[in-house]
Design a protein around this ligand. Structure first.
Ligand SMILES: [Zn+2]
Length: 216
């Protein structure tokens, strides 16, 4: 894929974002959270653009040519590559929060099972876990961290609308699950976003273990 950049975006800036995405993707793939070319990752490049993974590539082997530039309406900029099918869920975050700098979406086994198990309730309520403090803005285990579970659909505008509807209630949102699918989370930069993702994976795993142990 050849990527032409607008004059306002230096190659060094785009390359740094692409490398950061590829590094994160390699780590997440090694953990088994991105099976079978699933998952997608992005980083804000400037106020109007983001870098995002090209659709369908193996996430453990991404290079700069597997990352493309898009505008915040999700259109390719300077290439004819096809962005991830779920690009609208990334651009929604960047449009809504100008200070958000990275979005990670993975399909781990834990995320997938938890999404099915809690889909009926529509959310997972986390409380009492020390690791909730890994989520920016949470400074005590006593806080309540709600992760909504939205129904899966191949029609992205429907999911975008569900996210908007949650936000319009005024409740905080740091991540959401999609039923039978995976998780989305974000942060101001890649490091914060990876921390959120790792914490959420751990917390979801703990909740699933508790349910199993209580049933046995
Ligand atoms: Zn997905």
């Amino acid at each position: 894929m050849s990527q032409t950049l607008p004059g306002t975006i230096p190659a060094s800036l785009f390359d740094a974002c692409a490398d950061s995405i590829a590094d994160a993707a390699r780590e997440l793939s090694a953990l088994g959270w991105t099976p079978a070319t699933s998952s997608n990752f992005s980083m804000r490049v400037d106020a109007d653009h983001a870098a995002i993974t090209v659709s369908g590539r193996h996430k453990g082997r991404l290079g700069r040519h597997d990352i493309m530039l898009i505008d915040l309406r999700g259109h390719a900029v300077g290439s004819d590559a096809r962005p991830s099918a779920e690009t609208a869920l990334h651009t929604q975050i960047y449009r809504r929060w100008p200070d958000m700098g990275a979005v990670l979406h993975t399909h781990s086994r834990t995320q997938s099972v938890a999404s099915r198990l809690f889909a009926g309730k529509g959310l997972i309520r986390l409380q009492g876990w020390e690791l909730q403090k890994a989520i920016t803005g949470y400074d005590t285990h006593e806080s309540v961290l709600e992760i909504p579970v939205f129904p899966n659909t191949q029609h992205m505008p429907e999911l975008v609308a569900r996210v908007e509807a949650w936000l319009d209630t005024g409740k905080p949102l740091h991540a959401y699950l999609i039923d039978g699918h995976g998780i989305y989370t974000w942060g101001r930069d890649m490091a914060e976003t990876q921390r959120h993702l790792e914490a959420l994976e751990f917390l979801l795993g703990c909740e699933l273990d508790l349910i199993k142990l209580r049933a046995s």
